[in-house]
Ligand binder design. Structure first.
Ligand SMILES: O=c1[nH]cnc2c1ncn2[C@@H]1O[C@H](CO)[C@@H](O)[C@H]1O
Ligand SMILES: [Zn+2]
Length: 434
């Protein structure tokens, strides 16, 4: 007897070999998908009727700072440098472990409700973040954000903290959690420090999550400091490879794109954040033309201001269309692939596709809604018309986290109340200091 059978739904497998099943079944047992077919002989403890819904792999959000949900709406309509240096960093200086717990719980709740099954996070108090993720039921690749600012002594401490986290958390929660090294960016971490980080990551068999060429200011600073851009500098120290998740990659030359693609670097595109902070437009279409693995992230809630991957997909495609002045750019199915298959590849998890042997990380999207009617093309509808609140059911690692819009793994109201309180106390502390 299997654990769960989902039947009567439109199964969008995202598996190029299997394609879509207009009326199919997905059978789940012991955390994995054991069958995806037109029908099944199997029986299960739980049978979910997905009539009127789309059964699909859940989303992989490849760049966020979950704890930053507490800063949702706190400092908007500002350029990145001032946003970060004058508002976010002073506020983060007051953050406590319990604030990050409250913010990360809120983020996990929001992600579960909007169909995200896995995310890559870079932040502080990561042990606490790990504990929250473990109990939420989600899957995550977590990293402690190391900011060294060219200070060798600070660098030593940061790397020690990063290493401590990697050694303790990589593979935890039945393998749902992986731990990465998180050097913040090439302009906030020195070349010498980045060399050490790479060495340590290789030694620990851990991946690296880093911001790269998010702004023109970073590009100019790097040229001044090193006589070359971030991508060239990282390439010069053999930093780049399939173990690297590079967030943003907005200010790339054609040569930089070749380097990233040839080194199989995973690129997290975060279009909403890039538009909100007016950072620029990442050359996604050109990167994809070069065969690069481009995935999708929301970035933190202070620069988005939500964690909804549906918003991210729609924005990604609209932005490429207007940037290239080509309405055929980044079609719906391709952007869905970025949000599922490519994200799973970037985090090296067997999710992002409904296929036998893959993780049972599955969502059901309710299509029986006014704004989703009529339904001619499922990928188009998901990308251009649907939103996070259309997600009805969420399963991660074979466990039901939300069933028919009811969250089963956490106390929704308590999480909202705790986050409200933590945010207002935090802002009061920041105001008292400044
Ligand atoms: O878009 C961004 N660019 C650069 N830094 C960011 C962005 N969003 C958040 N952070 C900052 O990165 C650190 C993570 O450990 C935090 O300081 C967070 O505020
Ligand atoms: Zn970021």
């Amino acid at each position: 007897m299997a654990d769960i059978i989902i039947k009567n739904g439109y199964v969008l497998t995202m598996d190029p070999e299997l394609g879509d099943l207009k009326n199919g079944v997905v059978v789940i047992d012991d955390g994995s998908i054991v069958e995806v077919a037109e029908s099944t002989e199997a029986t299960a403890d739980t049978v979910i009727d997905a009539r009127g819904g789309v059964v699909m792999p859940g989303f992989v959000n490849t760049h966020t700072h979950a704890g930053m949900t507490l800063f949702r709406g706190y400092a908007d309509d500002l350029p990145l440098a001032s946003w970060l240096q004058d508002h976010i960093w002073p506020a983060e200086a007051e953050l406590t472990a319990s604030d990050v717990v409250a913010g990360t719980n809120l983020a996990c709740l929001e992600m579960i409700k909007s169909g995200t099954v896995a995310f890559a996070d870079m932040y502080f108090f990561m042990e606490e973040v790990g504990t929250v993720v473990e109990s939420s039921g989600l899957r995550a690749a977590l990293s402690y954000g190391m900011i060294e600012l060219g200070d060798a002594e600070k660098g030593k401490n940061e790397l020690k903290k990063g290493k401590g986290f990697v050694n303790e958390w990589n593979g935890k929660a039945d393998g749902r959690i992986s731990a990465m090294y998180g050097p913040h960016a090439p302009n906030t971490c020195s070349k010498e420090f980045l060399i050490k980080v790479k060495e340590q990551a290789v030694a620990d068999n851990a991946k690296i999550h880093i911001h790269v060429l998010e702004t023109e200011a970073e590009l100019n600073q790097m040229k001044e400091q090193y006589g070359m851009c971030s991508v060239n500098m990282l390439d010069s120290i053999d930093f780049l490879g399939p173990d690297v998740l590079a967030a943003h990659c907005v200010w790339l030359s054609d040569g930089d794109m070749d380097i990233l693609a040839n080194n199989n670097v995973n690129i997290s595109h975060n279009p909403v954040s890039n538009m909100k902070l007016a950072s620029g437009v990442a050359p996604v279409t050109k990167l994809l033309d070069r065969g690069a693995n481009v995935c999708l992230g929301t970035d933190g809630c202070a620069s988005n201001n939500n964690l909804d991957m549906f918003d991210e997909m729609k924005t990604a495609t609209l932005l490429q269309k207007v940037d290239t002045m080509d309405p055929t750019a980044l079609p719906a199915r391709k952007v869905l692939e970025m949000a599922t298959v490519s994200g799973a590849n970037a985090l090296d998890i067997k999710s992002g596709m409904l296929r036998k042997g893959y993780n049972a990380d599955v969502i059901i999207v309710d299509m029986n809604r006014s704004h989703l009617t009529p339904l001619f093309d499922v990928p188009s509808q998901l990308v251009y018309s649907a939103g996070g609140s259309d997600v009805r059911t969420s399963i991660v690692n074979g466990k039901l986290l939300m069933d028919d819009h009811k969250v089963l793994c956490m106390d929704e109201q308590k999480i909202i109340d705790d986050a409200k309180e933590a945010a207002s106390d935090l802002v009061a502390r920041v105001d008292a200091k400044n």
